[in-house]
Unconditional design. Structure first.
Length: 137
């Protein structure tokens, strides 16, 4: 079974370094967020890269203020399936910003920063600020 991010059903087991942020656009609990003209879903795609900085603690609509975790976050629940335990996580190249992938983005200029690792097929440890911002070359 291939890795999938349902972008729903996330259960946050623990989160470190919480801080309030006001979001631009809708977000879902567990989404990777970054800053680009406001706090919004992260995206790896060249030309629209939004480097991951934190994880959303809850679902929210545009303009809402929520708590975001800037430290280590453990995510479980139904959000992830088919993951390779021990495998790295990256922000996805997708029109569904905020999602995760286990495939390193490789198009020149894509963000390929490791944002966490899978502990099991469904449980992730996300550390959005553990590594420096990087892009594929």
């Amino acid at each position: 079974m291939a890795f999938a991010d349902a972008q729903a059903g996330a259960v946050i087991i623990s989160g470190e370094s919480p801080a309030p942020v006001t979001v631009v656009g809708a977000v879902t609990r567990g989404d990777l967020l970054g800053f680009s003209g406001g706090w919004k879903r992260a995206l790896a795609t060249v030309g629209g890269v939004v480097q991951a900085r934190c994880v959303a603690s809850e679902d929210a609509v545009d303009g809402s203020t929520i708590v975001a975790y800037f430290g280590t976050v453990i995510i479980d629940g139904d959000r992830f399936s088919g993951a390779t335990a021990g495998g790295a996580l990256y922000a996805a190249e997708s029109t569904n910003n905020g999602m995760y992938t286990q495939t390193a983005p490789s198009t020149t200029g894509d963000s390929n920063k490791v944002v966490g690792y899978m502990l099991t097929e469904t449980r992730a440890v996300v550390t959005p600020n553990a590594n420096v911002d990087t892009v594929a070359s």
